[in-house]
Design a protein around this ligand. Sequence first.
Ligand SMILES: Nc1ncnc2c1ncn2[C@@H]1O[C@H](COP(=O)(O)OP(=O)(O)OP(=O)(O)O)[C@@H](O)[C@H]1O
Ligand SMILES: [Mg+2]
Length: 345
Amino acid sequence: MERPEERRTVVTSKAEGGGARLTVKLSMTPRAGEQSLKDKYGVSKYDLGLGYDVPEALRSMIPRNVPDYVDEGENYVERIMRALYYFKQCALIGPSGTGKTHIVYLVAKIAGIPLWEINCGLQTSVYDMFGRFVGLGKDNWIDGLIVSWCRQGGILYLDEANMMKQDVATRLNPILDTRGHLVLNEKDNEMIPRNPFGYVIISMNPYSSEFAGTKPLNAAFRRRMSGWVDFDYLSVGSKISQREVSLLSERVKIPKDVAEKIVRVAAEIRKRYKSGDLPYGPSVGDLVNWATLVADGLTPMAAAEETIISLTSDDSEIQRTVRRIVDMVVGSGGGAKVVEKTEAP
Ligand SMILES: Nc1ncnc2c1ncn2[C@@H]1O[C@H](COP(=O)(O)OP(=O)(O)OP(=O)(O)O)[C@@H](O)[C@H]1O
Ligand SMILES: [Mg+2]
């Protein structure tokens, strides 16, 4: 698949009056996305929306208000945008809560293009994805999500792609390889060419015995993914990311030393999750919730009970394990309150 041709719009403006006739010709290329973000993430080179006139009806599908994505020099945003720029599609692999979904939203926002999201783990029907006839008559066809994306462009995001049903995966194959089109057998085999601005990102948890419930990605599908980006938590085990600590203390306004303790607990839980000893590894978002209650005046232990401990599992034995980890790091009794609650007058 080739890069879309750069489309140029020529604007001619004529200023008449005073006898002189001035003709100004401006040649400009439509640009989508936010330049400040492109600079920030160093991705100006990979302009995915260059020349794409986003259809009016799809403008609301361009994500807004996506928080920053923090990493430790892995440059995930750049790697994803580069893969999409050259290959049109890429795969993201990483444990739950490492920010895969977050980054897809951010990439769509930076590029200024619509995002079509499908969770393959849910029972989304083939009709919802490809389309269906409604009522009687051959004219009453409604495009499904994938068909709409194929016609109109944007990023198609297939979350939990390894959970995709075989019949859907098989139908997607021609569109992901050099054929680049979709065939609608249900509609007289209509052939829909892939929009030149149609990108695909798939994401999934790594397939291994430690990730219960995951299954390997369909081989035909795997072969068609040209770029792969591996994700991991910012902090895990003894690796504590000061960026994650700062992110937490800035987002929730808690002292850095408290934020660091929270991150230490998370790093230990994540390590055990990755080795299969605990059922869940907390994301930055989960830590933000924990820290929010701490900032409101709860002790770190009391706040942990209502967030991270209950979140990890309903099983009381597992909860005890998490409680022990929290206790080990924040100290017995749950540590001092960070903020004394002010009494209501
Ligand atoms: N590196 C990061 N920088 C900023 N926020 C992050 C980062 N990693 C995770 N988060 C936050 O953690 C939460 C979980 O992230 P997200 O849902 O994107 O994870 P995921 O990898 O898609 O998980 P799953 O595999 O369960 O779908 C979100 O609130 C996200 O904003
Ligand atoms: Mg996700």
